[in-house]
Structures are given as structure tokens and as C-alpha cells.
Design a protein around this ligand. Structure first.
Ligand code: DX5
Ligand code: ZN
Length: 222
């Protein structure tokens, strides 16, 4: 059991061989599979829907960590739950009734996550933090893989770690965007116990197994 969880984002995978890429990641010893869902409204890009989650479900035993970067996510939560999502994360910025949206997820026996953009303060989660199963800190502006880590987000990770500890929560504190061998220790040092890695895991430089090994070694050696 690894204490730091790696959630590779399939956004950077080769979609023509998606099943194989997910299998490779599982064999490399990752913890979750991160699925980035984008609607072309909340974020500029359009990606995938519940069909892909359903197709991936029989391919892996790992939890499917579904990140909804979509407006009105409550309209699609049930579809993603039925498709086999284990964690569904909604954005605070898209949910005027955040408590209701999180309950909707948990009532479907799925772990409920909440995400905040780089410009959204940690204290917008004050009233909800004790109820969530995962907090996803965006360390890039959501929409694309391969962007650079925004260093001002590190203080927010520390703050959220304090908030979770204060209420005795064992929720995952996961960081998403620009996490690679250069930045991973900044993220873990700030108190995250999980991170998403897209382009650092799926790239042309190394195999998935090599990239996961490099990340694990980097965490271990500091
Ligand atoms: C960004 C997505 C991320 C992205 C991460 O909107 O939510 O999950 O795929 O990619 P990297 O790790 O390349 O920044
Ligand atoms: Zn994501």
C-alpha cells in the first residue's frame, strides 16, 4: 500500500489504445484512474462522457476518479455513477447547491469530491469540508493537460490540509495540474496525500511504468 496516491489522467493517454494505457498504469502500481470530463462551457475544451467510464469499468479494478469540469453537474451525476465511477468530483464554482450535489453523489454510494480553481479561496469550502471524501485542488486553470504548476496554489494546499486535520477528516487531499518530478515534492510537502499526473505519466519520453517509477522515487528521496 502506497501512502501517496497517484491518479494518472487519461487526458494525456493515447485514446486509440485507451484500455491498454489504463492496464499499463494499473500494472505500474498507480492508485486511481483520473477521468477528466469537460463540456466546452465551464472549460474551453470538450472531452468525454459516461460512455467512456462504462467502457473502462471492466478494464481495471482501480477506482475511477471522475473529475466533472461541467456546468450543471447534477444532471449527469447519476449517469456517471451507473457507468461505474467510484469517486465523482464536482467544482465548487459550478454548484450553487453544493451540499445537495455532494449528497446526491454519496446517496448513489459513490465517494464525493469537491474541486476549486486556482482563483477560488480555500475558505469557500469551510462549511462543507467535514462532509467530503476528497478535495481536489486545481493547480492549473482547468481545461488542458500539460500546463505549468501555479506555485501560488501551494499555500492553499497547506491551508486545506489544516482544515481537514482540524475536523478530523481522512478525506483525500488531491492536487491536479502540472504535477511532475519537478513539482511533486512541493505538493506532497504542503500536505497533499494524492496527486493527478497526466503528461508526467503518459508521454513519448518513457513508458508508463518508467514514469510512475520516477515519480515514486522522487517522493521517496525527499
Ligand atoms: C486539467 C485536468 C487535469 C490534467 C492534468 O484540466 O483536470 O487532470 O489532465 O494534466 P497534467 O498533469 O499534464 O497537468
Ligand atoms: Zn482533472
Amino acid at each position: 500500500m502506497n501512502s501517496v496516491k497517484i491518479s494518472p489522467s487519461i487526458l494525456s493517454a493515447n485514446f486509440a489504445f485507451l484500455g491498454e494505457q489504463v492496464r499499463e498504469a494499473e500494472e505500474a502500481g498507480v492508485d486511481y484512474i483520473h477521468v477528466d470530463v469537460m463540456d466546452g462551457h465551464f472549460v474551453p475544451n470538450i472531452t468525454i462522457g459516461p460512455l467512456i467510464v462504462k467502457a473502462l469499468r471492466p478494464v481495471t479494478k482501480l477506482p475511477l476518479d471522475v473529475h466533472l469540469m461541467i456546468e450543471n453537474p447534477e444532471r449527469y451525476i447519476e449517469d456517471f455513477a451507473k457507468a461505474g465511477a467510484d469517486i465523482i468530483t464536482v467544482h465548487q464554482e459550478t454548484c450553487p447547491h453544493l451540499h445537495r450535489s455532494l449528497q446526491q453523489i454519496q446517496n448513489l454510494d459513490v465517494r464525493a469530491g469537491v474541486s476549486i480553481n486556482p482563483s477560488t479561496p480555500a475558505n469557500t469550502l469551510d462549511e462543507i469540508i467535514s462532509e467530503v471524501d476528497l478535495v481536489l485542488v486545481m493547480s492549473v486553470n482547468p481545461g488542458f493537460g500539460g500546463q505549468s504548476y501555479i506555485h501560488s496554489c501551494t499555500a492553499k494546499i497547506q491551508k486545506l490540509r489544516e482544515m481537514l486535520d482540524q475536523c478530523g477528516s481522512s478525506a483525500d487531499l488531491e492536487v491536479d495540474g502540472g504535477v511532475n518530478v519537478e513539482t511533486v515534492n512541493e505538493v506532497i510537502g504542503a500536505g497533499a496525500n494524492a496527486f493527478v499526473a497526466g503528461s508526467a505519466v503518459f508521454n513519448d519520453k518513457n513508458s508508463v511504468a518508467e514514469n510512475v517509477k520516477l515519480l515514486r522515487e522522487k517522493i521517496k528521496n525527499t
